[in-house]
Design a protein around this ligand. Structure first.
Ligand code: AMP
Ligand code: FE
Ligand code: FE
Ligand code: ZN
Length: 279
């Protein structure tokens, strides 16, 4: 049994529809995937339907934008009640903030002499329920300013680059409690990737366990072998479930993030979801 527990569709910043994503997973011989679009559940219904059609288990997830102080942390929330009022309100808040942020990013780019309109960015996000920097990157590519998303991030959009604008995000510990309250399970996405590595010490993670954290994404393309080994040992000591996933975004990211490149075992998946509510 192989499950890829972190994938994106075009309901956020991936490039495949939820149905195509599920179909590709089936063709690759995967047994289960979790659809974890950024801050939205908009792809769930189509993915679940496709799962029934192609004979593949679909786990319903969200990759929530959270933070600790200045540090951005992505939190994977699985099998939450999509109608939980607190969760619905929080997701609406982030999605709205994401839209406002596009105006701020475009204004910065214009100030920097890059000709781009908000309409060109929204045109790149027609299937998306949550808009983000990758759509700005796609608009920059379409306008001929850069060759691909990677170059757009490196030149303008990555954290600390000239056109980066920070977005509103819920506090991490509050998010973990919210996920639990909504009947789901929370897993820290790519804990040692980019900015969160310094923050995610064993001591800090043990505090999150007290809030209800259930798992750590150990096998992720942004973790090298040494990081995976260390994180697996930490997960073991803290009683956290170690997961594996690709963070697939279709053509929006490189081959390093190919669908199914890392997977989670049946045993870990069962353990992870055993505390979920009846949703
Ligand atoms: P946002 O959610 O709008 O802050 O954008 C973050 C998303 O941008 C991440 O989830 C990635 O999918 C994408 N991203 C971040 N860095 C890069 C990069 N260097 N190349 C391509 N995509 C990236
Ligand atoms: Fe993304
Ligand atoms: Fe992420
Ligand atoms: Zn992701």
């Amino acid at each position: 049994m192989r499950a890829d527990l972190h994938t994106h569709s075009n309901r956020s910043d991936g490039t495949d529809s939820p149905r195509t994503l599920v179909q590709k997973a089936k063709e690759l011989g995967l047994d289960a995937i979790a659809l974890t679009d950024h801050d939205v559940t908009a792809g769930w219904a189509e993915a679940v339907e496709a799962g029934a059609e192609f004979g593949l288990r679909v786990i319903r997830g969200i990759e929530m934008s959270t933070g600790v102080g200045d540090t951005s942390v992505h939190l994977l929330a699985y099998e939450v009640d999509p109608d939980h009022p607190g969760l619905v309100a929080e997701l609406e808040k982030v999605v709205t903030a994401r839209e406002g942020r596009i105006h701020a990013i475009v204004a910065k780019l214009n100030e920097l002499g890059v000709a781009l309109s908000v309409e060109e960015v929204f045109a790149q996000a027609e299937s998306a329920a949550s808009i983000g920097r990758p759509h700005v990157a796609d608009a920059l590519v379409a306008a001929g300013h850069v060759k691909d998303r990677a170059e757009a991030f490196k030149t303008w959009l990555a954290t600390g680059r000239p056109a980066d604008v920070r977005k509103y995000r819920i506090e991490l510990r509050e998010a973990i409690r919210l996920v639990k309250d909504a009947g789901g399970v929370a897993v820290i996405a790519h804990p040692w990737a980019r900015d969160s590595k310094k923050l995610m010490t064993e001591e800090f993670l043990s505090e999150l366990v007290a809030d209800g954290l259930r798992g750590l994404e150990v096998d992720h393309p942004d973790h090298d072998e040494a990081a995976r080994a260390e994180l697996a040992a930490i997960a073991d000591r803290l009683g956290l479930v170690a997961t594996g996933s690709s963070d697939y975004h279709g053509t929006g990211k490189t081959e390093k993030f190919s669908l199914g490149v890392n997977t989670t075992s049946a045993e870990s998946l069962t353990k992870l979801l055993e505390t979920c509510g009846p949703f």
